[in-house]
Design a protein around this ligand. Structure first.
Ligand SMILES: Cc1cc2nc3c(=O)[nH]c(=O)nc-3n(C[C@H](O)[C@H](O)[C@H](O)COP(=O)(O)O)c2cc1C
Length: 355
């Protein structure tokens, strides 16, 4: 997939967000360009599969050059579109007054993107907005026209000048990951279970997922925590690790370290292809065949893995530079049960709330 991160920025706020999204997309292994709007024509967007389009908010809406570019896109282009903007007014979270101000002074940004996508038949992938520090003339405008109360103004401007801040940038990274993940489709390669704890689990023809419980006949199924050490500490803790999911990207990574993994060697229950589970934020919901699961925790690799191969723990807990990097699967809880077998579709569905 080829990705473009385009931006229109006069004072650098939107450019900062564009850079964060661009580096996040690159870090996920995609080919990605970062370009200011002035370097683009409507036709040049057609060379991409996914376009992140960013704009400063002007007069409650996307900046005119961005609107003009969107307007000039020919119907049914080959790319999907995600939008982002920075605006000086508050974000819509928080109290009613802030929401009203957001709607009045920045609310058009998202509707302009959505309207364009509807009119042009562009697949719309979602919107991210955050505050951006106002320039000096905009500060004067806001103070004289919108936030005239001295106390409200002081509180607003002290904070507004700090944006986009690290929190905004982290939210932009999460947004980029959601957009990359949404709609990605893969398939089940193998399903595994074992009644006893430990590695490996054994590949079988099908497994039965039980809602809020686990896999029938699998050691890790249960209402309450099944991890043996944690269960000793508090056996009444709820079980959020109903299934462990790995993917073929992990298998390929481990192969580069000279280890040939077979499904089940990491005690995983489901191996998928076409969806990189380690890249998905926690909270992501994944449809697997007729079931629905939600990612709850990155698996903390432990020494047991070396029962499958003497170097497996090292291979899935450090990167090539020796830095700690967990690459051993994701735990999920089962929201909707059903049968899962190799060949079933895997569809990333959700907009998770947290990383
Ligand atoms: C001409 C102009 C109009 C603006 N109008 C709005 C507005 O209606 N609502 C708002 O929240 N911010 C408005 N702003 C503030 C910018 O959206 C905000 O500072 C943004 O982060 C600037 O992005 P940039 O640094 O990428 O240019 C305006 C800024 C300018 C220069």
């Amino acid at each position: 997939m080829k990705v473009l991160v385009a931006y229109y920025s006069q004072t650098g706020n939107t450019k900062q967000i564009a850079e964060v999204i661009h580096s996040e997309v690159l870090s996920r292994g995609y080919e990605a360009d970062l370009k200011p709007l002035a370097a683009l024509t409507p036709e040049s967007l057609n060379g991409y599969d996914l376009v992140f389009m960013g704009s400063a908010c002007h007069s409650s809406d996307l900046a005119m050059p961005v609107k003009a570019l969107l307007e000039a896109i020919a119907p049914s282009p080959p790319f999907r579109l995600a939008g982002f903007a920075t605006h000086s007014t508050y974000t819509p979270e928080g109290d009613a007054r802030r929401r009203v101000l957001y709607e009045a002074w920045a609310g058009q940004c998202t509707t302009s993107f959505e309207r364009t996508c509807q009119e042009k038949g562009i697949a719309w992938c979602g919107y991210f907005g955050c505050q951006g520090a106002p320039s000096a003339p905009i500060e004067v405008f806001i103070h004289q026209t919108i936030l005239t109360d001295a106390e409200e103004w002081e509180a607003y401007i002290a904070d507004a000048r700090t944006h986009p801040d690290e929190g905004d940038k982290e939210e932009a990274r999460v947004f980029a990951r959601r957009v990359l993940a949404a709609g990605s489709v893969g398939s089940v390669v193998a399903v595994c279970r074992k009644a006893e704890p430990g590695v490996p689990k054994y590949a079988v023809d099908a497994v039965e997922l039980i809602e809020d419980f686990g896999i029938t006949g699998d050691y890790h199924a249960g209402k309450f925590v099944r991890h043996r050490y944690l269960a000793k500490l508090d056996p009444t803790m709820p079980n959020h690790r109903h299934v462990l999911i790995t993917d073929t990207v992990i298998f390929a990574d481990v192969a580069l370290r000279g280890i040939d993994l077979e499904p089940g060697m990491m005690a995983e229950n489901i191996v998928v292809d076409g969806v990189s589970v380690m890249a998905l934020p926690l909270g992501t919901r994944i449809g697997i065949g007729e079931t629905l699961v939600e990612l709850t925790e990155k698996r903390d690799p432990c020494g047991q893995l070396n029962g499958s191969h003497p170097r497996l723990l090292e291979a899935v807990s450090t990167d090539e530079n020796g830095q700690v990097c967990w690459n051993a699967g994701m735990f999920a809880r089962i929201l909707k049960g059903g049968r899962v077998r190799p060949g079933d579709a895997v569809v990333v569905q959700s907009q998770p709330e947290a990383v």
